[in-house]
Design a protein around this ligand. Structure first.
Ligand code: PAF
Length: 290
């Protein structure tokens, strides 16, 4: 176990459990913020929310191989461990759990968590097996840390739907807290993958947020048919031909099934390739009071 002034860094499950036993002995409530590192202000907003809501904050840093497809960016995913730990120490985090792949998946590991249905929609449709990997690693983190609360970002709205269902279906005794999307000053949703973008792609990527803001404007005017809202977003995205839409849907935020009308609330979710980089963004439309 490494220890800086206030931050403990554990690389094994047993070190992590020992540190947590000590926190629980002191009667502390524990929050977990699962991450894959390459931390940005979006992650730090989760850490701050966790800090406010709990006595002790644990952040996991693990680029989880099982949630990447064979042609995806696992190998090149940014790994910035030293800088991440420095940022987490500044935020007053108590413990970082940063396991190696063999620690999380010992040879022969063959148990996975499948959240059927919801895992096959949105990103799950485009990235087969992705949510199996996410649900499995998050279930393992929940078992290892046994937090009172776990914090996730609304930017990964489909992930939130999958994990909410997993928590309910498998009776995890914790509260899942979802924090708002954090955006750059020009509206681009923060993502560890934004650092892949060239200057020109960074500009093109703004079309995602522009499309969602246009939907928001129409919704505020009282437009509720999903088809109209989606057509509007499509038109905005078509104005930036370098942006290749992967999906654009109005869905029920819990089931991720398409909705025909948004008057009872909906998630407008978009994924698009800008160059080789796949970005996601979304807008949660509240239901109208009846
Ligand atoms: O959202 C992420 O960064 C990852 O999917 C998560 C939840 C840390 C699981 O690897």
């Amino acid at each position: 176990m490494q220890q800086t002034t206030t931050l403990q860094i554990a690389h094994t499950v047993s070190e992590t459990r020992a540190a947590l036993r000590e926190m629980r002995r002191r009667g502390l409530t524990i929050a977990l913020v699962p991450t894959m590192g390459a931390l940005h202000e979006g992650h730090l907003s989760l850490v701050r929310a966790a800090r406010t809501a709990s006595d002790a904050v644990v952040v996991s840093i693990f680029v989880n191989p099982t949630q990447f497809g064979p042609d995806e960016d696992f190998a090149k995913y940014p790994r910035t461990f030293e800088a991440d730990c420095a940022a987490l120490e500044r935020e007053g985090v108590d413990l970082v759990f940063a396991p190696a792949a063999e620690e999380m998946y010992p040879p022969g590991a063959s148990t996975f968590v499948d959240v059927d249905g919801v895992s096959e929609r949105l990103d799950g449709a485009s990235r087969p097996g992705h949510f199996r990997g996410v649900a499995t690693v998050v279930a393992k983190l929940f078992h290892i840390v046994q937090p009172d609360k776990a914090f996730f970002g609304q930017k990964d709205a489909a992930q939130v739907a999958v994990l909410r269902k997993m928590v309910r279906d498998l009776n995890f005794g914790l509260e899942l807290v979802v924090c708002p999307i954090v955006r750059e000053p020009d509206g681009l949703a923060m993502s560890s993958r934004n650092r892949y973008l060239s200057l020109e792609e960074r500009r093109q990527a703004l079309a995602l947020n522009r499309a969602l803001r246009e939907v928001e404007r129409l919704a505020a005017e009282g437009v509720t048919p999903a088809q109209k809202l989606i057509a509007t977003a499509e038109a905005v995205l078509a104005g930036e031909p370098a942006v290749r839409v992967d999906y654009l849907h109005a869905v029920n935020p819990d089931t991720l099934e398409d909705v025909a009308d948004t008057r009872n609330g909906a998630l407008i979710a978009v994924a698009a390739f800008v160059g080789a980089t796949r970005l996601i963004d979304n807008l949660l439309l509240p239901g109208k009071p009846r």
